[in-house]
Design a protein. Structure first.
Length: 179
């Protein structure tokens, strides 16, 4: 299982959003995804029953998105805009930076399936601009949901850049006894 952090710019309005997020956070990343790989042992939890890449090399990813339609197979809110969704993405190194996560993929996949279709947390985004606006516990941003799947405490405190830094640190400092 991987954390993928988006560092490229999409065309159109999404590209403007990419730039604004990176500007506001003073960082490189505007979106996070959890990527399930072959061998994670979670094939049964994926929408098509496999973690194998499709013909384009795309893998199953999960995150919360603001402006995409939820797919038809989504248990809740299918066809509605914004929220937790599974999606196949070809993780191009020119657009994404990835780090392996020291997390149980099965537990993460089960949590992702449970929250699939949950709404996007616009209030948390607004809270980055003003501390007076609280987040909604039943809604998710991309970084918050990915941090939750990774088992991080107080997932709502992570933004796209800080989550990537924590994942990079955890990869270079794996859990276990130190010499």
């Amino acid at each position: 299982m991987l954390l993928a952090s988006y560092h490229s710019t999409r065309p159109g309005w999404q590209g403007i959003a990419n730039r604004l997020i990176r500007w506001r956070l003073h960082g490189l990343y505007s979106h996070n995804e959890i990527v399930f790989e072959p061998g994670d042992g979670v094939d049964a939890y994926m929408p098509d029953g496999t973690c194998q890449p499709d013909s384009n090399g795309a893998l199953w990813c999960v995150s919360s998105v603001a402006a995409e339609r939820l797919p038809a197979w989504s248990k809740r809110r299918a066809g509605r805009v914004g929220g937790v969704r599974f999606k196949r993405i070809a993780i191009d190194p020119a657009r994404w930076h990835v780090w392996p996560l020291h997390t149980d993929p099965k537990a993460a996949a089960l949590i992702a399936r449970r929250y699939e279709g949950s709404m996007y947390d616009w209030q948390l985004i607004a809270g980055f601009l003003s501390w007076l606006i609280p987040n909604k516990a039943s809604r998710w941003t991309c970084s918050e949901f990915c941090a939750h799947l990774a088992g991080l405490y107080q997932a709502e405190r992570f933004d796209t850049c800080s989550l990537h830094i924590v994942a990079a640190w955890a990869y270079t400092n794996p859990p276990g006894p130190r010499a």
